[in-house]
Design a protein around this ligand. Structure first.
Ligand SMILES: Nc1ncnc2c1ncn2[C@@H]1O[C@H](COP(=O)(O)OP(=O)(O)OP(=O)(O)O)[C@@H](O)[C@H]1O
Length: 307
């Protein structure tokens, strides 16, 4: 296991919440159960999971708002478990940018778009007025919201607010951009525009981007989607484009299961349902793959055919 060059690296990450109870010793909720995730510099990854799967818990840890109970968590070269307060402030100002679902968390309501970006620049350190103006213009152009420069959030659409929020998140040239349900409050068309904007900044600035969402539709906009289930990453879908024999472009989506360090993997729900797999399955090691069959012998089992 190596963290070399990864911009986001989690290994065996565990987060346990202790919930007190008046009548007894209380209960423990294991929100993350040994999560593994590696995101390379410049990647754009969507982390998709149902409600309660651990998405917000992971994002709180990656953004240093919360600390894990055990495991390894590193972002942009910072070790989140050993980080002291001074480093945490630097980390949040310079190494990561954030885009949250609620606009009120992203933008100050009494400032215009340009002033919101200026505020992020000023908080992070000394910057000349000329450089500040240049950076604001550059970011508003990049996110295609120059027309919102002098508007407050209340005078912008939901999609414009989120694109300005991305500009604010990128103001101090972070290595990593973390987005929590950035399209959660938007309709489908506007969501697609915001995701396209994130793709553009990822492509043009090379900023490593992690989008956390419950919306499986996001996976159509990114090359890599990681599924989180029960506090663990379970499967991944990798999308690529290739040319068929006639030279036409075709989109390919391939599903992979995540194998953890001790050899565990989760089968996708639809695979389990299709073969009615339950309780135990039969395994066979073949020269180039592992076969998985329902526990009871079935006519489709190749080993049955041989006998
Ligand atoms: N502060 C807390 N105290 C106790 N349990 C918690 C706490 N925060 C989260 N949990 C539990 O941890 C699990 C994961 O929660 P989390 O909020 O990370 O899921 P999520 O995937 O973000 O869900 P949603 O999409 O609904 O926000 C859930 O069972 C949740 O009830």
């Amino acid at each position: 296991m190596t963290t070399l060059e990864a911009d986001i690296f989690c290994a065996d990450l565990v987060r346990i919440f202790r919930v007190p109870s008046r009548s007894g010793p209380g209960v423990e909720v294991q929100a993350l159960q040994g999560l593994n995730l590696r995101v390379e510099p410049g990647e754009l990854v969507a982390l998709v999971g149902a409600s309660g799967s651990g998405k917000s818990t992971l994002l709180s840890i990656l953004s240093s708002l919360d600390a894990p109970s055990a495991g390894v968590a590193q972002v942009a070269g910072h070790d989140l478990l050993s980080m002291k307060e001074k480093e945490r402030v630097q980390f949040r100002r310079h190494s990561v940018g954030f885009v949250w679902q609620q606009t009120t968390r992203n933008l100050l309501p009494y400032l215009t778009a340009a002033e919101n970006i200026a505020a992020a620049l000023v908080v992070a350190g000394r910057i000349s007025a000329t450089e500040r103006r240049r950076r604001i213009t550059e970011l508003l152009d990049l996110l295609d919201v120059s027309h919102c420069a002098a508007r407050r959030p209340e005078a912008m659409s939901g999609g414009e607010q989120q694109r300005v929020a991305i500009a604010v998140g990128l103001a101090n040239r972070p290595r990593v951009l973390l987005a929590d349900e950035p399209t959660g409050e938007l309709d489908d068309t506007t969501s697609a525009q915001v995701l396209e904007a994130m793709r553009a900044v990822n492509r043009e600035l090379g900023v490593t981007t992690l989008i956390v969402t419950h919306d499986p539709g996001v996976s159509e906009h990114v090359a890599r989607t990681v599924q989180i289930r029960d506090g663990r990453t379970s499967t991944e879908v990798l999308r690529s484009t290739r040319r068929d024999q006639a030279g036409a472009e075709e989109q390919i989506a391939e599903e992979y299961a995540v194998l953890d360090r001790v050899g565990r993997l989760q089968l996708p729900d639809d695979f389990v349902a299709a073969l009615d797999l339950r309780e135990r399955v039969r395994l066979a090691l073949e020269p180039d793959h592992v076969g998985v069959w329902p526990g009871s012998p079935s006519p489709s089992d190749p080993r049955e055919d041989k006998s």
